[in-house]
Ligand binder design. Structure first.
Ligand code: ADP
Ligand code: MG
Length: 265
């Protein structure tokens, strides 16, 4: 079972969009996936059409001692939804013994998943630390815009500290370039900068800017259900294949809809 935390202390970089659509993409590749929503804003939960206030078995309840009961979403895909009361968890956890590993302990008995994907809040507080102690891998979505790498050293230091003190098996296994628009020179330059910095850790599959990806959450559906033909779906399926270690299918030519960037697998 691979446990992947999607982390970036900045908001709006594509963590949740990636958590939802990478999970749904892996599910389409016949992998059994559990998406864990660790953001009190519940964006991942809502993006999959689940009403946070109607849920009992939320990540807040689980951090408070409830037994996790994954909710089925679609074939091969389950979720542990979040709710607004998770906003108080940082404070409540602060005085708990073993506060950094409560989630890891709570999920220890979960079996039968190929992937657990943890969608984090844009902060490096206790909730994200709990994600980092639960995970075996960190993946960092980066927006291909000016200042993409600004502040990233704090994140890298935090991952290193968690690894040293709490979770020796943790490693950064991938940088996911998000909202890539090859027509913009700033996007190309940022991508170059990201590749110089992280080298082969950068996934070949870049996620292009695609309005369908921004629309899908309001319909409560993953990109594969909402607009399976769009290049947002193409990019997230390519990323899912890369994450799962499945060989890319050679493509004869980029499809006309795929914009300025040649098809990447
Ligand atoms: P985070 O979870 O890091 O805060 P989100 O995944 O919620 O970021 O993305 C921030 C906003 O950008 C959302 O409105 C989302 O729909 C939009 N977005 C994310 N990725 C893309 C993309 N590749 N193309 C277009 N819009 C995107
Ligand atoms: Mg988010």
């Amino acid at each position: 079972m691979r446990r992947i935390a999607l982390v970036n202390q900045k908001g709006g970089v594509g963590k949740t969009t990636t958590a939802v659509n990478l999970s749904a993409g892996l599910a389409r590749l016949d992998r059994r996936v559990l998406l864990v929503d660790l953001d009190p804003q519940s964006n991942a939960t809502v993006s999959l059409g689940i009403q946070p206030h109607e849920q009992k078995n939320t990540t807040y309840a689980i951090l408070s001692g409830a037994k996790p009961e994954p909710l089925p979403v679609e074939e091969n895909l389950w979720i542990l939804p979040s709710s607004i009361d998770l906003a108080g968890a940082e404070m409540e956890l602060a005085s708990a013994i073993g506060r950094e590993t409560i989630l890891r302990d709570a999920l220890a008995d979960l079996k039968g998943f190929d992937f657990v994907i943890l969608d984090c809040t844009p902060s490096l507080g206790l909730l994200s630390i709990n994600a980092l102690t639960t995970a075996g891998e960190v993946m960092i979505p980066l927006q291909c815009e000016f200042l993409a790498l600004h502040g990233i050293s704090l994140l890298l230091r935090t991952v290193e500290l968690v690894k040293r003190r709490l979770n020796p098996a943790l490693s950064i296994t991938g940088i996911i370039p998000c909202m890539y628009d090859a027509r913009k020179s700033i996007a190309r330059e940022t991508l170059e900068e990201i590749e110089t910095h992280f080298k082969d850790k950068v996934f070949k599959s870049k996620i292009r800017t695609n309005v369908r990806l921004a629309e899908a959450p309001s319909h409560g559906r993953s990109i594969f259900e909402y607009a399976p033909e769009c290049y947002g779906a193409e990019d997230y399926l390519a990323l899912a294949r890369e994450v799962a270690g499945i060989e890319a299918i050679p493509r004869a030519a980029p499809s006309p809809a795929s914009g300025a960037l040649p098809a990447v697998q």
